[in-house]
Design a protein around this ligand. Sequence first.
Ligand code: MN
Length: 571
Amino acid sequence: MTWEEYEKKLEPFGISTKDKEFLKKVFVFSSKIHEGEKRLSGDDYISHPVAVSLKLAELKMDANTIASGLLHDAVERSPEALKQIRKQFGEEVAFLVDSVTKIAKIQAAGIDRALESVKKMFLALAEDVRVVVVKLADRAHNMETLEWLPKEKQERIARETLSLYASLAERLGMWNIKAQLEDLSMKFLYPKEYEMISSEVKKRAPERERYLKRILSIMEAELRKENIRNFEINYRAKHIYSIWQKLERYEGDWSRLSDLIALRVIVPDVKNCYSVLGIIHKLWRPVPGKFRDYIALPKPNGYQSLHTSVFTEPRVIVEFQIRTPDMHKEAETGIAAHWAYTEAGKPKKGFKAVGKKFNWIGQLQNWQKEFQKEKPTAEELLEALKIDFFKDRIFTLTPKGDVIDLPRGSTPLDFAYHIHSEIGNRASGSRVNGKLVPFTWELNSGDVVEIIMQKNKKPTPEWLAVVRTALAKNRIRKALRLSPKKSFITIEAKLVEARIYGKNRVGFIKDITSVFARSRVNIQNLISARSGNEEAPINLTFVARSKEELEKIIKKLQAVPGVKKVNYSLK
Ligand code: MN
């Protein structure tokens, strides 16, 4: 690629002549370093730094950050490059490039690798948010070209992208990058679901779009009548991954997805936002409980807008988002928007530019200042941060060392279904850190989980009460051929933990287990009293399909000769 070709690609982003001169020097320098080097796709290597820098230009980052995009892989290629970069392009570019290079250097494998990259990203964030923005642009382009990598690598990278990079993009309010990262990861991790949803969207979107165009022209006429000037109305389809997540919540019922496409009204100021809201509610009846004022109460990632859904016809719901141009820009690019327009035309450094909106980054930086010298481990850092970033997630491992991240409270069956439906469906047992455990076992971060499979194994309805994630529930339901309406078991069924006290005589356990066998209820896990301790209770867990069934079983257990007391709790 020549400078002229690159310059042409920079055209849409309105870069000043002075910055262009600077970027030309950087481009020539980087091209020289990567000369002769190829990507796995067969393209010249420089195509990658160029693509990353263009993403940064699109985010309207400052020239130094765009330059860092061009140079982000230079030091890896040629270690002496950093000195030259500092001499030719200044301390700030050298700092950014060095920081990005350091994040990339992770030697560990498996769980340590995952924790290490989380730690490095957080520390970089505290130092200068732009480092992470470059990393996100780098990852976005690597995901776009992921098909060229070997299969095992694809999966690991896609998982890391979904659990770490997309979450970070979300926290930084970078909606566009987040959507890209999620859709690309989903395509590699859940290809069937991706195919299914995108073809369904393709089928449904045109009709929806035609309808929205009609609504749009009604809106336009009304806004003119009400003397609102300089407005812009557009619409945009939701991304595939977010539709999938919604569908999981709605148990696969497409008719409940009212917001495949949302209409956006952009007006010059906040006062007009509320006027537009009034006009919409005058035209159509609002859906109760759907109005959100994110202008008065912004989301933690800084997002601001008014949201409302209205019935444009009986049973037809349309979602509106109302915002100012500034809010719009921030909604698209998040934290990156704060570098776009600066007072003296000079980019502000680090998170100072971010203001009060990204409170958690401020917390992160204060914390880092205080504890820098103590060199905390990744776990200590995550523990101490108390920002709820990964509060509800755990990282678990396959025996091969791939990281599977799951919500807290997940079980081996969640783990199995997250890897593949077939692994879940054929699961007959599970080992955690080499030890056999029941399916009800609660996983922890760092656990190595192995699923034992049997060829003709099938899921049972009880599993629905054991698993925690919507993905696993959905896949079990599918395997059982339960329609969403018939899966009452998810609401009624409860996992029960029982403790049975009594004299542990010969045949005691057999009598207890036969209570379950006669009631056709499977015991999920049984820990019997240690021999020699007659007072220790028998602990067991089972799934009761209804309250009546639970009461019946407890009564029968109490009637077993020798039983003194039965305690139980619902999980
Ligand atoms: Mn790269």
